[in-house]
Design a protein around this ligand. Sequence first.
Ligand code: HEC
Length: 122
Amino acid sequence: MLGKFPLFAAVAALAAGPAAAQADAERRAYGKCIACHSLDGVGASRYGPDLRGVMGRQAGSNPQFKHFSPAMKASKVVWTAKTLDAFLASPATFIRGNRMVSPPIKDPAERQAIIRYLERHR
Ligand code: HEC
């Protein structure tokens, strides 16, 4: 009877494994953003705007963040999986004149992981 418990635990861990590993990869990928972007819904807590709920929102429109560049505010970009992917692939050129000083993320899978992470933090 005792011998069955580790087997059960192993099966449970296997079942949870892929989802947990994916969540972990997403959190790790967002590690490139966290220094400037909190995710707790408090707008101006860091160097950049808080990103909770950013998906589906118009760029530069978070009223809690007072330091958007004119370029970001005037861009008329709405943040979707597609626009965010393009922005992260080339922050400097997707919206010219914006003030986000962050290197391009070249790996599409890593961009997708970040986007999924933001989609889960609405
Ligand atoms: C060095 C600090 C810094 C890093 C690192 C950084 N950002 Fe930014 N980000 C900013 C700043 C500052 C702005 C505002 C830029 C502007 O208004 O021109 C911004 C703006 C944004 C916006 C637009 C927000 C809105 O409400 O319109 C998104 C989305 C974004 N960043 C995503 C990310 C993601 C995802 C990462 C990680 C891959 C990241 N940023 C890394 C500083 C940073």
